[in-house]
Design a protein around this ligand. Structure first.
Ligand code: OAD
Length: 251
């Protein structure tokens, strides 16, 4: 990335009033969490999401979905936020006095762990389980919960509190993400392939509502045609450089 391009994006951050960072699996790649669709390492190139991550799959065989997600949770617990997450937490500090929201499709909880305070997890989290019938029961996913169990409140199945294929997104969380997207003046998209709806609509709505859209991804995506800037590189490198530049010019 050229110094001039970095400076023009830093200038946009300084001038912006409301900033959104919309993140996907590519942001956690440097933590050692595989993405879903990248070549041979992509999770969905190894297992069938219909079997391990769909609501129909859960109804057919709750144990299989539970076990696959438990393995993913163990990996997330073993690994940690990377330099990209940390740079975004630094960015929030640098942007004190402005609104900076993270809207993430990731279920790993790394944004909050790194220190961002305004995080909307539109696909839920792997760290919590809940009653499938929404009776109100929810709890941290304890390490010894190795198998699906019945809700202590109503007896319905308890399942991971994340969005499975074939399910609607949480209305309140997605509604808040929509509002943030419509009022943002600067919208970063990082590490996502824009293949899963409705989350992939958020940058398009932001752009239509007048935001400047910056994509950070080593590879072109369907958003690249719409984005005002496409940074062809890794998230850690770009946000690390951006936060360092903003901190230096603030001092
Ligand atoms: P994908 O695996 O579809 O896309 C990951 C994107 O990250 C690709 O476009 C890569 O080029 C890019 N990428 C890889 N390494 C990167 C790096 N170091 N820095 C920046 N970008 C990098 O993941 P998502 O778009 O997040 O849904 O997938 C969306 C949804 O599909 C997920 O939330 C999940 C999945 O099925 C649910 O679980 C409901």
């Amino acid at each position: 990335m050229q110094a001039e391009q970095l400076e023009s994006i830093a200038a946009m951050v300084r001038e912006a009033r409301e900033i959104v960072v919309f993140s996907g699996a590519g942001l956690s790649a440097d933590s050692g969490i595989p993405t879903f669709r990248d070549g041979a390492t992509g999770l969905w190139n190894k297992v069938d999401p219909d079997e391990v991550a769909s609501i129909e799959g859960f109804m057919r065989n709750p144990g299989r979905v539970w076990n696959w997600l438990l393995q993913l949770k163990k990996l997330v617990d073993e690994k940690a936020p990377n330099a990209g997450h940390e740079a975004l937490a630094r960015l929030e500090k640098t942007c004190r006095g402005k609104q900076l929201a993270v809207i993430t499709q990731n279920i790993d909880g790394y944004h909050t762990r790194a220190g961002n305070t305004q995080v909307l997890e539109v696909h839920g989290t792997i760290h919590r389980v809940r009653c499938h019938h929404h009776c109100g029961f929810a709890a941290a996913w304890q390490e010894d919960a190795l198998e699906p169990f019945s809700c202590p409140g109503c007896g319905a199945p308890v399942r991971p509190d994340l969005v499975l294929f074939g399910e609607m997104l949480d209305e309140a969380v997605f509604g808040a993400a929509e509002m943030r997207s419509l009022t943002a003046d600067l919208f970063f998209c990082v590490g996502t392939s824009f293949t899963v709806q409705p989350a992939a609509l958020l940058p398009v709505w932001a752009k239509r509502a007048g935001a400047t859209v910056v994509e950070v991804n080593p590879h072109p995506t369907p958003l690249s045609k719409v984005a005002d800037f496409s940074i062809r590189g890794g998230a850690s490198q770009f946000f690390g450089a951006l936060s360092t530049r903003l901190e230096a010019t603030q001092a």
